[in-house]
Design a protein around this ligand. Structure first.
Ligand code: ATP
Ligand code: MG
Length: 263
């Protein structure tokens, strides 16, 4: 007797849609670098207090997407909405002003400067004194604020005057995260922050990100390692060749399910 062949029709898993309260929402983002089509019309969003894990192969377009969201690059076409309003993210300053903070492993800090100075780069408090037209930085205020912020991130045994080059990769991430907390960022973007970190440091960074969630801060966390982001992510977005190929709530999937979807 002929065996009946069961065809397993794989239903295409629908992408999660943004709510009306989405913190950030992109529609049809396209990015061309010369003849390279780095983003081919990507819809993406993050809700307040949501941790979105962004995964995908080398060259998938992850960094391009977050560079656009952090104002470092501009899209060729497509629209971006932040807290419901359409925005033109023409520079990192514009994005930071809106409350979008981005952390890269090596470029976020000036190693030769102190923790306190690094916390306030580009946003230094002024003392009220001036030399000609130049305001003078309020060093005391920076150290005081840095000390307070550092207690939030377990860096209490370090002086705020310590230079960042004396810190480990994980501790640098911690300073960057303290900075995001201090400036009350609304969206924190981390592009492969745990590359080159020890397991212990990686877990610390993951803990910090989870603690930001409790304060309502949304995070977009890029990683090659699904196992790193799976425990803390609320939702996983996967990209391939400049397009979004999966957008699922963690509660609707498993690591195995995701791996199958992505590969
Ligand atoms: N400045 C640039 N000029 C030209 N092409 C670029 C530029 N930046 C990125 N690309 C190209 O755009 C595509 C997407 O790159 P992107 O850096 O966004 O990938 P990614 O998903 O972050 O990859 P990885 O996991 O390796 O970091 C790649 O083909 C890349 O070569
Ligand atoms: Mg990248």
């Amino acid at each position: 007797m002929a065996e009946i062949l069961h065809e397993h029709v794989q239903p295409k898993v629908e992408f999660v849609k943004p709510t009306a309260d989405a913190l950030v929402r992109c529609e049809g983002l396209e990015k061309w670098y010369g003849s390279v089509h780095a983003l081919t019309g990507v819809d993406f969003h993050a809700e307040p207090g949501e941790i979105v894990g962004l995964v995908g192969d080398n060259g998938a377009g992850k960094s391009t997407l977050i560079k656009i969201l952090s104002g470092a690059e501009q899209q060729t076409s497509g629209r971006i909405f932040f807290a419901g309003k359409e925005v033109q993210l023409t520079s990192p300053k514009v994005a930071m002003h809106l409350g979008i903070e981005t952390i890269y492993q090596y470029t976020a800090m000036v190693p030769q400067m102190s923790i306190a100075r690094n916390m306030f780069i580009g946003r230094e408090p002024l003392s009220g004194l001036r030399i000609g037209s130049l305001g003078i930085m309020d060093q005391k205020a920076m150290v005081a604020h840095a000390t307070k912020s550092m207690t939030n991130i377990d860096l209490t045994r370090r002086s705020p005057n310590t230079t960042v080059e004396e810190l480990s990769g994980g501790q640098r991430q911690a300073v960057a995260i303290a900075r995001a907390m201090y400036f009350k960022s609304k969206l924190l973007i981390l592009d492969e922050p745990t590359n080159h970190l020890s397991v212990k440091e990686t877990n610390k960074v993951l803990d910090y990100v989870a603690s930001l969630k409790e304060q309502g801060i949304g995070s977009i966390f890029i990683s090659h390692n699904l196992h790193h982001i799976y425990p803390i992510a609320d939702r996983i977005v996967a990209m391939a060749r400049g397009a979004k190929i999966a957008d699922v709530r963690k509660t609707d999937t498993s690591i195995d399910g995701l791996t199958e979807m992505i590969v």
